[in-house]
Design a protein around this ligand. Structure first.
Ligand code: COA
Length: 262
């Protein structure tokens, strides 16, 4: 069977899509940034051939599923950052991310990492996502904390390699139950996604979809017909601008409308 098409994730403001060869110039330009050089392991110096090498490893679905990588975009669909998950094949993956310099400080990173983590923990079946950063990377740490990662107070001595040298690192991890919603904390209004009003029934149906229930079980549990459930699902997909049930759950969790089962 051919591998599934990589998922596109969106909260209505920030969209994660698979990388395309046409992203090379934007990536090459963004990765010149001194902060990206300082805090990530991208090649230094970085030019268009590095961007092409990065993309060439991620263009087919088979390559993609080995190392899920999304381009972070807003309305114009252009690269403004990258998030990737490096799975260990045993229920865990380490996350990496960057946002282009002109797009920082607007909550884009938080929204994008929340979407990727929500999908990975609810739909892809990961049990834990790990995060590591060189000590001193306060921006990355604040972002991870905002998404819900539990960050440890101690340092992992020589926990990471950076350009041929071992360096101390901070570390943390995120389980499905740690995920925060945009409305659960004091996020400034700039980062809030548009509100979506669900009816009581739609809310119940969304909660049951998030719990992994099929339509028949939802109908039984709510005492309504399967056709009525289908109508509610259709309305939900429309309100959440979701293409599938999976997408509806990811968007519902991202918008703080539902939670994953504990
Ligand atoms: C770290 C990075 C991804 C943050 O992206 P961003 O889109 O600016 O993040 P957000 O706007 O969502 O901010 C998230 C939180 O981090 C805080 N933050 C972001 N950058 C910060 C910085 N340099 N110093 C202190 N806090 C910072 C924000 O204030 C916000 O906290 P708040 O919600 O309490 O206000 C971005 O700065 C970046 O790409 N840096 C270089 C590459 C990098 O460090 N990658 C991570 C490697 S582990």
């Amino acid at each position: 069977m051919p591998p599934e098409t990589p998922p596109i994730l969106s909260d209505g403001r920030v969209t994660l899509r698979p990388p395309a060869s046409s992203d090379a110039f934007d990536i090459a330009e963004g990765c010149q940034d001194p902060e990206i050089m300082r805090w990530t392991t991208v090649p230094s110096p970085y030019d268009i051939s590095d961007a092409r090498t990065f993309l060439n490893d991620r263009l087919t679905p088979t390559q993609w599923w080995r190392n899920p990588t999304w381009v972070i975009t807003e309305a114009d669909n252009r690269w403004i950052g990258t998030v990737d998950l490096r799975p260990d094949g045993q229920g865990a993956a380490e996350i990496g991310y960057m946002i282009a310099p002109g797009h920082r400080g607007r909550g884009v990173g938080t929204a994008a990492i929340r979407l990727a983590c929500t999908w990975a923990l609810s739909q892809w079946g990961l049990q834990v996502i790990t995060w590591k950063a060189f000590t001193g990377n306060v921006g990355s740490r604040a972002l991870a904390q905002r998404v819900g990662f539990r960050i440890h107070s101690e340092t992992l001595r020589l926990g990471l390699a950076h350009r041929g040298q071992r360096v101390d690192s901070w570390y943390g991890e995120l389980l499905a139950t740690d995920l925060t919603s945009p409305h659960s904390s004091a996020l400034s209004s700039r980062a809030k996604a548009p509100a979506v009003a669900l009816t009581r029934r739609e809310q119940q149906v969304l909660n049951l979809i998030a719990a992994g229930e099929p339509n028949r079980a939802i109908a039984q549990s709510l005492g309504i017909s399967e056709n009525t459930v289908k109508n509610h699902v259709r309305a939900l997909l429309e309100k959440l601008h979701a293409r599938s049930r999976t997408d509806a759950v990811v968007r519902g969790v991202s918008l703080g409308l539902t939670q994953l089962p504990h």
